[in-house]
Ligand binder design. Structure first.
Ligand SMILES: C[S@@+](CC[C@H](N)C(=O)[O-])C[C@H]1O[C@@H](n2cnc3c(N)ncnc32)[C@H](O)[C@@H]1O
Length: 319
């Protein structure tokens, strides 16, 4: 392990150790996305079982001009800030539409993965040469604050891909309250929610037959080994996902297959009992009433819902 850790690496170490020393043990989903995690997530998005990508792609590829029309307000310049932009394959439809209309706007993609930001800054201008783009590498709200400090134009915040689903209901409420405080009258939020549907269909998206979701979860152990000097034996852990249709929570875990001891460099020694779980991630599913309630409780008003043809997913515009 490196002895001189950067601030980002120290935070990764501290939060990882705190999660593994907690009871029950947990890890933070934001750490899934190193370069290999980005690659595996792209593979997940291409899986047949992962209906979410096609559903939201359907919305953005077929309704971008409607979304753009609601964003444009009397031609006033604005900043489009996309939280957790990933590879922007869906939002590019909206960017194209806005670019076509010759509007004055800047695009600030925000992502915790430095790799994602450098790819976007390199690739998007090839397709949209006039796009005014500035990538912001860091955590959602820190980077939203930074974007707000860079300009005082009105803000349109995009939060797609059901990223909000990676927070439980209370965390989502807290997050949206904090986000709301960073916005002003006239600003907008377009936010994606995966809707409750047949439980088998939901579970299959997080428990695919080719084991890509499993590899995505196990990659975080590999990342800890590589970056924090951990000695996780990947074969001693197994991916497990479950979905509860009552609460709408789809959760994934890694299960320890034996009694074992794992070191995180010199920083911590962690014991695992056989069958003990590490909670890895939640993907919360919503009913439309839950979404409306969440908007109101967080100080927003729901203005328009964009659904895909199957009504699997909704991107909702809040002011
Ligand atoms: C599930 S992917 C979705 C990507 C994209 N929005 C889409 O719909 O295809 C989540 C993205 O959010 C980023 N991310 C996760 N947690 C984050 C955080 N706390 N702050 C900033 N970015 C984060 C990840 O690096 C990843 O690129």
């Amino acid at each position: 392990m490196q002895t001189n850790l950067t601030a980002v690496e120290s935070q990764f170490l501290n939060e990882t150790v705190a999660g593994l020393q907690a009871s029950p043990k947990f890890m933070l989903a934001k750490y899934f996305y190193d370069e290999r995690g980005d690659y595996l997530f792209q593979q997940i998005m291409e899986m047949d079982e992962y209906y979410l990508t096609n559903a939201e792609m359907d919305i953005f590829s077929n309704q971008a001009s409607h979304i753009a029309n609601l964003i444009i307000k009397g031609d006033t310049p604005f900043d489009l800030i996309e939280l957790g932009a990933g590879d922007a394959t869906k939002s590019i439809h909206l960017l194209r539409e806005l670019a076509k209309q010759n509007l004055e706007f800047s695009y600030f993609p925000v992502d915790i993965s430095a790799h994602v930001i450098s790819e976007l800054e390199e690739n998007l201008p090839k397709e949209l040469p006039d796009l005014n783009i500035k990538g912001l590498n860091g955590d959602y709200l820190d980077m939203l604050k930074k974007a707000a400090a860079l300009s005082n134009r009105r803000k349109v915040v995009l939060f797609m891909g059901a990223n909000i689903g990676n927070m439980n209901l209370d965390e989502a409420h807290e997050f949206l309250l904090s986000l709301r405080k960073l916005l002003s009258k006239g600003d907008m939020l377009i936010i994606g929610f995966d809707l409750k549907k047949n439980p088998k269909q939901i579970l299959a998206a997080y428990n695919d037959s080719k084991g890509i979701t499993s590899a995505f979860n196990l990659n975080l152990l590999e990342r800890i080994n590589r970056e924090l000097g951990g000695d996780f034996e990947l074969k001693n852990f197994e991916h497990y996902a479950n979905y509860d249709p009552e609460s709408g929570a789809c959760k994934s875990y890694l299960i320890s297959l034996k009694d074992q001891i794992v070191h995180i460099g010199a920083a911590a020694t962690i014991s695992f009992a056989r069958d003990e779980h590490i909670y890895m991630e939640i993907s919360q599913k919503y009913a439309l009433e839950d979404i409306e309630r969440l908007a109101l409780r967080s100080g927003f008003q729901c203005r328009h819902n964009f659904f895909d043809a199957n009504r699997y997913f909704v991107d909702t515009l809040w002011t």
